[in-house]
Design a protein around this ligand. Structure first.
Ligand code: SF4
Ligand code: SF4
Length: 133
């Protein structure tokens, strides 16, 4: 489903997509779906038309197209609240993404620390064993 608030939306040529996931990492609004090695696609209801996914694509298979659901009437005062709701929902997705990336980075760092600590334990064990031999 398309949103009515972005004049342009990103489109991925799924035949050419190599599944590198670089666009997914670049999209601040979680508007791209896909997993590594598989084709990706744009969630049209979330896309704000920011274009940040275009540049990272190594095979140039993303393009911006006019949104068929968009019309200038959406800019009228009567739609002010709807526009505000879309902007707030986008902002919320941005914050959720930021939080998710922070948590992921904490988990990775904790795992690294743990593996360093267990490596240090193993080395200490080895040194003790060598002393006994
Ligand atoms: S144009 Fe912006 S919001 Fe839309 S898919 Fe690309 S990065 Fe995401
Ligand atoms: S950056 Fe391009 S090739 Fe890579 S997953 Fe996205 S659309 Fe596909």
């Amino acid at each position: 489903m398309y949103n009515q608030y972005s004049a342009q939306l990103a489109f991925i040529d799924e035949q050419r997509c190599i599944g590198c996931a670089l666009c997914l990492k670049a999209c601040p609004f979680d508007a791209i779906l896909g997993t590594s090695q598989f084709m990706h696609s744009v969630i049209k209801s979330y896309c704000t038309g920011c274009k940040l996914c275009i540049q990272p694509c190594p095979v140039d298979c993303i393009e911006m197209r006019d949104n068929p659901e968009y019309s200038d009437t959406i800019k009228a005062d009567a739609h002010k609240q709807e526009r505000k709701d879309f902007a707030n929902a986008s902002k919320q997705r941005l914050q959720q993404r930021k939080l998710r990336l922070e948590v992921r980075s904490d988990v990775v760092n904790a795992a690294r620390q743990q593996s360093k600590a267990s490596m240090a334990d193993k080395l200490a064990e080895l040194k003790n064993l060598q002393k006994k031999i």
